[in-house]
Design a protein around this ligand. Structure first.
Ligand SMILES: NC(=O)c1ccc[n+]([C@@H]2O[C@H](COP(=O)([O-])OP(=O)(O)OC[C@H]3O[C@@H](n4cnc5c(N)ncnc54)[C@H](O)[C@@H]3O)[C@@H](O)[C@H]2O)c1
Ligand SMILES: O=C(O)C(=O)C[C@@H](O)[C@H](O)[C@H](O)COP(=O)(O)O
Ligand SMILES: [Zn+2]
Length: 373
């Protein structure tokens, strides 16, 4: 017997920004209702790797009488490029998409980010529904309305806040997700554990095998708890004027590593190192206790996620971190913990503090683990 879906509501400052994140199995039949009655044309954006899934979604929509077309885009970070957005704008234009039409994103976080960006910009904003197919997409990228593409200078440097009309997190998709991708998504799950819901950490530590099995009840509970953390935070601060910054825990260094690695590391792998760095920074400035700081390295490495980064890249990493969105002028700002589930901001005018924390995670150049396909 398939279990009932769980519905996690996200609210905005006006009712047009309210939507549901549905978690469960076999959810595709809910898509037409989520799109709403006025939609006539739908563009399904998917990566090459998920052509069959994209076609299934298109056919399902066409069977309900909608005009449904697909746009196949490059896989992973190669999709988060201005030329890919431009290609999607061209498809929308050639198919006469109006303001009452919609986009459906089918794929991992890279796809929901770029498809969300296309939806935010086409005619200054049309509806988007996300169908995340990776763990990371389900627990993080598809929820909250941040959309983005990368530029040569860094990660997510161009984007908009554009909440979806709904999210279908269909756990059946995890059946084909490679294990390293599932574990990469666990970095964001663990982030949620450290910033807001320590029960997540207990669950991961108590169930090492189930965590690596996308069909397990433990994974479902982790998905729901992580979405719960994100939904609660973005409902109170969609445009990141305050506590939404806490969701960026581990990302200041993480994004800089992704750039330094020319996006050959998965986001979750880079965030894993970034989380350990942020914990060391918290410890270095005397805010975070040893046990909680050490727990970062222990739990992430128990999943095979990387917790060190090559020591010869510091200067490039520092350069990349200056372009982090939390920076203000010359001032670098980091999310640190004052204790478990007590995130706060740390302004760092003196980069020697950062260098000291970096020494705690620095390894010989061959020491990094590559979590890419
Ligand atoms: N907008 C946000 O709030 C937010 C939050 C977190 C991360 N992100 C972004 O999300 C991206 C990372 O997302 P990701 O980890 O999903 O990476 P991804 O989208 O690059 O997908 C990883 C790989 O998994 C494959 N894949 C996805 N679903 C699959 C499935 N069901 N079966 C088989 N293969 C599948 C993809 O084709 C790709 O090769 C980054 O660009 C990151 O910046 C955005
Ligand atoms: O939703 C948020 O806010 C986050 O920071 C979640 C992050 O996991 C995510 O990677 C996000 O895309 C990072 O945003 P950015 O503003 O640092 O580009
Ligand atoms: Zn992230």
């Amino acid at each position: 017997m398939p279990s009932e879906p769980t519905i996690i509501p996200v609210t905005g400052s006006n009712p047009a920004e309210n939507y549901d994140v549905v978690v469960g199995n076999g959810l595709l039949g809910r898509l037409p209702d989520m799109l709403g009655e006025r939609v006539r044309r739908v563009l399904v954006i998917h990566p090459r790797a998920l052509r069959t899934t994209g076609d299934t979604v298109r056919d399902e929509l066409a069977a309900t009488g909608l005009t449904a077309v697909t746009a196949e885009i490059p896989d992973a970070e190669e999709g988060k490029h201005i030329q890919v957005a431009s290609f999607c704008w061209q498809v929308l234009g050639q198919n006469d998409f109006t303001r009452s039409d919609a986009i459906v994103a089918v794929g991992g976080g890279a796809v929901t980010d770029v498809a969300g960006f296309v939806a935010a910009t086409w005619l200054r904003g049309i509806k988007v529904v996300h169908i995340p197919t990776s763990l990371l997409g389900m627990v993080d990228a598809a929820v909250g309305g941040k959309t983005a593409i990368n530029t040569a200078e860094g990660k997510n440097l161009v984007g908009a806040f554009h909440p979806p009309a709904g999210v279908l997190a269909d756990l059946d998709a995890l059946a084909t997700l490679p294990k390293n991708e599932l574990l990469s998504g666990m970095a964001e799950v663990i982030k949620c554990g450290f910033i807001a819901d320590p029960a997540i950490l207990d669950l991961v530590e108590a169930n090492p095998e189930a965590v690596a099995d996308g069909a397990s009840d433990v994974v479902r509970e982790l998905v729901e708890r992580s979405i719960g953390v994100k939904a609660e935070i973005v409902s109170s601060d969609l445009r990141e004027s305050g506590r939404r910054e806490f969701l960026n825990y581990g990302h200041t260094l993480g994004h800089s590593i992704e750039l330094a690695e020319r996006y050959q590391w998965r986001h979750g792998a880079a965030v894993s190192v970034g989380l350990v760095f942020a914990a060391e920074l918290g410890r270095t400035v005397g805010r975070l206790d040893d046990a909680t700081a050490d727990r970062h390295k222990e739990i992430l490495s128990s999943l095979g996620l990387p917790v060190t980064y090559r020591k010869d890249r510091w200067s490039a990493l520092l350069d990349g971190m200056r372009r982090d969105k939390k920076s203000r002028g010359d001032l670098l700002r980091f999310v640190v913990l004052d204790g478990l589930a007590k995130p706060s901001m740390l302004e760092v005018p003196d980069t020697s503090l950062l260098f000291a924390a970096y020494q705690e995670i620095a390894s010989e150049p061959q020491g990094g683990i590559r979590l890419s396909l």
